[in-house]
Design a protein. Structure first.
Ligand SMILES: Nc1nc2c(c(=O)[nH]1)N[C@H]1C(S)=C(S)[C@@H](COP(=O)(O)OP(=O)(O)OC[C@H]3O[C@@H](n4cnc5c(=O)[nH]c(N)nc54)[C@H](O)[C@@H]3O)O[C@H]1N2
Ligand SMILES: Nc1nc2c(c(=O)[nH]1)N[C@H]1C(S)=C(S)[C@@H](COP(=O)(O)OP(=O)(O)OC[C@H]3O[C@@H](n4cnc5c(=O)[nH]c(N)nc54)[C@H](O)[C@@H]3O)O[C@H]1N2
Ligand SMILES: [Mo]
Length: 824
């Protein structure tokens, strides 16, 4: 993988940008570089000695490493990997974790509350006191609530802090409690959704990931459309350990990257054509008879029968009254089992009772109903493909498609590692559906060392609902959350003050733990929203691109300056209790304190009548925490606590989380995840064996005549999204935005290493430096993303994406974008 070659790169743009900002006063409220290191009143008895506190990386890099925070004379001096007695296997730290002192003492940190004095976005602020800030926010909000109701205020909670006392989207965070108490709306980030949606659709809700403890037993591990060497560094250790233990490592990607270099086999594929690749693989699997028929018969919906109205034939159709029972979560549900054709008795039976559910030779009419067998429909869909046809669409050779078929069909167990690389396209939902189906058809799931690898998800331990809905100390219930606002709908609501023809007087937006200007699609649309919304509050650690637009800007402290509990599981199956290692610098405060102050000043003090200990204890009031014996006091002692359930293979024995216990292949009723009045072509959604190309990343898309290149923005090695932008060490490795070109494309465009280029389309443009790398696929460009606007030579990478969703899935499509290139 190319590192940004410093030869030919200039700092001019960054320096010029910084100077302009200072002149405009943008960096007011931020510290000078060593500001935070001003003399401290150190406890003289501890002078020179180092104390170690417990900490963790709380950004959403899907790793959540456990850190030791070393403090000397009241200063954070370094970080090291925390020790995990039970499983040293999980002890890691990466350069981001190692550079935390530079974040704590960064010049970019916000120091005190501020009020905007210039244009929105100009970043001109005046210093105000906390009392003034809270007064101004709550005066405005009380007014809006009185005039327009609680839904006139919306919260955007991002992934900046994955802990429960502060927390953006973390399960059951105090932030979510505040929103629920106020009855405020949520603006949904709508990121990374297709992967999760497809997973829930095919396997049912719940954690679906195989613990790294099982990986060594796999024959094959496929890194499919994700970039662990950069974006999941801890996981990369596990991948390489498994390779050392004998697993063959394969990378399927649109570019030759570090994962590919470390793999036994690299399969390059055209962008967003992985679904077509699966069809090619499946056609070969079937041609060779390598499908796992018995697994499908017992553990999938392949033998189910679909009636003319697209619903399943059920026992109630046969006159058997439904019963009630418990689903996989212990919830009372109606049970009306699906019917299959039982080959053994040649009769219609409940799938729970049939001896041998048929996968062929099912009568066209069963018990008076015209039916179609799900597996027959799957065969028809797969039958439209051959390895040759898939090869044409995907660019993968026929030989490689056949080799993948052999791997999945004959050489299991196979573990399939995915993350969000396939997610950021308009057709993502179909891609994931198909890869999951490949796992089901070949029986590479629900068995030891077979299944899905990824990160993310909740810890499976929390009393999240209890936290969010915690009654007041007087016993009143919270109002309950207001409506969810899809990201694509936000600007329309702000501008028109209505949604789908009905009034929606949204007046104020509160952003915490997120930098939406940089991180949501189609930046110019985002900026329009932020310019037009009546009152914008941003709670931030640094002067992010979003902070520049705030009417009131609140300084949040660094993670090491407050007590908290990191609660996302990722591939770190331990909760990590975070000590307050030092006092918050300047006037910054913890998210916990800020939310409590706002909630109380809004008149909801009885809902915020809790201490850190109370809230964490409530969060731990769950069956799993009790079973594990985890309490607030035990956590303060041990600092970390494992959820041992996460060791279990979630589908062992082919038990899926749907009520039928089977993996899905057919959707009875198409229910889109969002309603913005879109038209829905249901024919694409019933049978999960469906694929269509991406919108702009597709090589054949008409738009490619005008905009010949698709652009990937892989996540940066040295940042977590835009966090760490203010850490200078990291810029030694990734100094400023670059665009990576394939050598042939560069030649055709007349571009040499270090040239300045502009990428543009109808939505936006970005000017950056070119680098040339033969690992880059032709007609694609890769711009590692996460730079702030001020770091670009001109424009911003985030302006070129589109802000629109697939008909059923609310999913931001960061990589589905085409541009033309101009050499400057
Ligand atoms: N250092 C760092 N780590 C991070 C983050 C960060 O910003 N920085 N962000 C975190 C978050 S929230 C997330 S969601 C994850 C994302 O984690 P990943 O999904 O691992 O990260 P991406 O950078 O999106 O990498 C996508 C990979 O998919 C490939 N790819 C893109 N399109 C296609 C395609 O159509 N087909 C195939 N087969 N491959 C394709 C790309 O070439 C790239 O190698 O990373 C997390 N970890
Ligand atoms: N072009 C493009 N855009 C993308 C992606 C992509 O692949 N390409 N990936 C997308 C994905 S997958 C994701 S998950 C999103 C992530 O998007 P965001 O959730 O917006 O991620 P961050 O940039 O980490 O922003 C978090 C902000 O929270 C602040 N912060 C950190 N800690 C705290 C704290 O304790 N309290 C408070 N109040 N604030 C804090 C940080 O300073 C930072 O500005 O980005 C998305 N954007
Ligand atoms: Mo993400």
């Amino acid at each position: 993988m190319a590192s940004s070659n410093s030869r030919g790169f200039s700092r001019r743009s960054f320096i010029a940008g910084a100077a302009a900002l200072t002149a405009a006063g943008v960096l007011s409220g931020c510290s000078s570089n060593t500001g935070g290191l001003a003399p401290h009143t150190a406890d003289s008895s501890k002078a020179g000695t180092e104390e170690i506190f417990s900490g963790s990386c709380r950004s959403q890099c899907i790793q959540g490493c456990y850190l030791n925070v070393h403090v000397r004379d009241g200063q954070i001096v370094r970080t090291t990997a925390g020790h995990i007695e039970e499983e040293p296997f999980y002890e890691h730290i990466c350069p981001k974790g190692l550079s935390h002192p530079a974040r704590v003492y960064s010049a970019g940190r916000l120091q005190y509350p501020m009020r905007r004095v210039g244009e929105r976005g100009a970043g001109e602020f005046e210093r105000i006191s906390w009392d003034e800030a809270i007064q101004e926010i709550t005066d405005k909000w009380k007014g809006y609530r009185e005039e327009y109701g609680p839904e006139s205020i919306a919260f955007f909670l991002g992934s900046g802090n994955t802990a429960v006392l502060g927390g953006g989207t973390a399960d059951g965070s105090v932030m979510q409690h505040l929103q629920t108490v106020m009855g405020a709306c949520s603006v949904l980030p709508d990121r990374d959704i297709a992967f999760q949606s497809a997973m829930v659709k095919v396997f049912g809700p719940g954690s679906a990931f195989v613990s790294p403890l099982e990986w060594n037993g796999a024959n094959h591990i496929v890194i499919w459309g994700c970039n662990p060497a950069v974006s999941c560094k801890r996981m990369m250790h596990f991948y390489l350990d498994a390779k050392d233990a004998g697993a063959q490592l394969t990378t399927i990607d649109i570019q030759y990257n570090t994962n590919a270099a470390k793999s036994d086999w690299f399969v390059p594929v055209h962008p967003a054509t992985d679904g077509a690749l699966v069809f090619g693989i499946l056609s070969e699997v079937l041609a060779q008879g390598w499908q796992d028929t018995e697994f499908m018969r017992a553990h999938s919906e392949a033998p189910f029968l679909v009636k003319e109205d697209n619903t399943f034939l059920r026992m109630s159709d046969l006159g058997v009254a439904p019963t009630t029972g418990k689903n996989a979560y212990g919830m009372e549900v109606t049970i009306d089992p699906e019917v299959v054709w039982d080959e053994a008795t040649q009769s219609a039976k409940s799938h729970l009772e049939a001896e041998k559910p048929a996968l062929e030779n099912v009568p066209e009419e069963v018990e008076g109903f015209k039916v179609r067998l799900v597996w027959d429909m799957a065969l028809e869909a797969i039958g439209k493909w051959t390895p040759e046809k898939a090869s044409e669409v995907t660019g993968v050779s026929v030989e490689d498609i056949k080799r993948l078929a052999r791997m999945y069909g004959q050489e299991g167990p196979v573990l399939t590692g995915m993350n969000q690389g396939l997610n950021h396209y308009f057709n993502a939902i179909y891609t994931y559906d198909l890869i999951f189906l490949l796992m089901v058809v070949t029986g590479n799931i629900g068995k030891e060392s077979a299944g899905l690898i990824s990160g993310g998800g909740s810890f499976g331990i929390s009393n999240s609902n209890g936290c969010i809905n915690q009654p007041s100390s007087k016993g009143e219930k919270p109002a309950g959350p207001g409506r969810n606002i899809n990201w694509t709908a936000l600007y329309g609501i702000i501008h028109d003050q209505e949604l789908l023809g009905k009034p929606f007087p949204l007046k104020s937006l509160y952003c915490s733990c997120t930098n939406i200007v940089s991180n949501q699609t189609e930046q110019n649309e985002t900026i329009k929203s932020l310019k037009e919304v009546e009152f914008l509050v941003v709670e931030e650690m640094t002067m992010s691109d979003t902070a520049l637009y705030a009417d009131i800007l609140l300084p949040a402290c660094h993670w090491f300056e407050c007590e908290d509990l990191r609660v996302r599981s990722y591939n770190m199956p331990y909760l990590v209790y975070n000590d307050k290692a030092t006092e918050p610098l300047y006037e910054s405060k913890s998210d916990f304190e800020i939310y409590k102050m706002i909630g109380s000043a809004m008149g909801f003090e009885d809902f915020f009548d809790f201490s850190e200990k109370d809230y964490i204890s409530l969060w731990l009031n769950s069956p799993v925490a009790k079973k594990e014996g985890i309490t607030y006091d035990s956590l303060r002692e041990t600092k970390i606590a494992r959820n041992h359930q996460l060791k279990e293979n979630p589908f062992m024995g082919g038990k899926f989380f749907h009520q039928s216990g089977r993996a899905k292949m057919w959707t009875e009723k198409v229910v889109p995840e969002y309603n913005l009045g879109q038209e829905i072509d249901e024919s694409k959604e019933h049978l999960l064996f469906y694929w269509e190309p991406a919108r702009e990343a597709n090589l054949e898309a008409p738009i490619r005549e005008k905009y010949p290149f698709s652009v990937l923005g892989e996540h940066m090695r040295t940042r977590n999204h835009t966090q760490w932008w203010d850490v200078d060490y990291m810029k030694e490795y990734e100094r400023q935005p670059i665009a990576r070109f394939n050598p042939d494309d560069a030649k055709e465009l007349g571009i040499s290493e270090g040239d300045t280029v502009r990428l543009y389309n109808d939505r936006g443009s970005v000017t950056l430096l070119a680098t040339i790398n033969s690992g880059q696929a032709p007609k694609t460009i890769n711009c590692p993303r996460s730079f702030l606007t001020r770091e670009h030579i001109d424009g911003d990478f985030a302006t070129i994406s589109f802000n629109d969703y697939n008909q059923v899935t609310r999913n931001q499509c960061y990589f589905d974008q085409a541009v033309a290139v101009e050499k400057l």
